[in-house]
Design a protein around this ligand. Sequence first.
Ligand SMILES: Nc1ncnc2c1ncn2[C@@H]1O[C@H](COP(=O)(O)OP(=O)(O)O)[C@@H](O)[C@H]1O
Ligand SMILES: [Mg+2]
Length: 301
Amino acid sequence: MSETESRNSTAQPEQRVTTTGESSEEVREEWTDYEFAGDAKIAAEDLDVYYGEEKALQSVSLDVPDESVTALIGPSGCGKSTFLRCLNRMNDRIKSASVDGSVTLDGEEIYSDGVNLVELRKRVGMVFQEPNPFPKSIKDNISYGPRKHGDLDTGLLARLLGRDDTDEEHELVERALRRAALWEEVNDRLDDNALGLSGGQQQRLCIARCLAVDPDVILMDEPASALDPIATAKIEDLIEELAEEYAVVVVTHNMQQAARISDQTAVFLTGGELVEYGETDQIFEHPRSQRVEDYITGKFG
Ligand SMILES: Nc1ncnc2c1ncn2[C@@H]1O[C@H](COP(=O)(O)OP(=O)(O)O)[C@@H](O)[C@H]1O
Ligand SMILES: [Mg+2]
């Protein structure tokens, strides 16, 4: 049976008319129920997010596998960043935001009372659209996190105690910069201010900073949308490499980028709904939702 026949043979999704008069389809659970081998690294269940009275996410459930790239796509304002921020409780920092539902990391609830948020954000690191290095040296950008988490002893107290691990610091800095494909470009100026780097280098530095604390999951919110095509290609290559070791979740509004770099894709549509989630090839080649097909083929969004 051909692809078209098999799709036509399934009953057409129910259409309903919304209050604004537009026709929309009922989301089917099986469209978002993507099954993969192994356990979820991070899993959201029935997540609702409100900003004040405004609902920004509608009961989103999504399981993210380890060691792969999960892309989140959808038109602007559909809740991609909101969802991403739920995965390391960054929405906690937004006063008007309230989050209801569950997120587990390796099976453990991150929304329980008493969860250490500093530790959580070390395990679930985040890279933003605009590179945001600290106005410090390249080296200090990398060693800041490990030092804060007590994995490096080069502070004053450590020196008083006779533990100045500068070799360890150097090793750690080199390792993180190598993994972020930046070492070759900056190893002769580690003490220079990070703000002197190009945008693409700054973004790779932010990725290196995230890797330096040895995370489990890396969240990226449109990490290449402020970069030129060459810098973007480098970030894309890097994301694919990182997926050999980490669960990487990437928000992008660039569908070609999602198709190039991701293993699975989740499509959010207006109103904070997760409409479809599945293997990237399936989503782009034969989406099950008509609205997803319209979005991917550029009919709206
Ligand atoms: N800090 C905030 N305060 C109030 N509303 C917000 C905030 N962040 C996002 N929103 C609203 O939530 C909805 C989803 O936004 P967002 O998650 O940023 O979407 P996306 O990343 O897909 O563009 C939008 O309607 C947006 O205006
Ligand atoms: Mg966003």
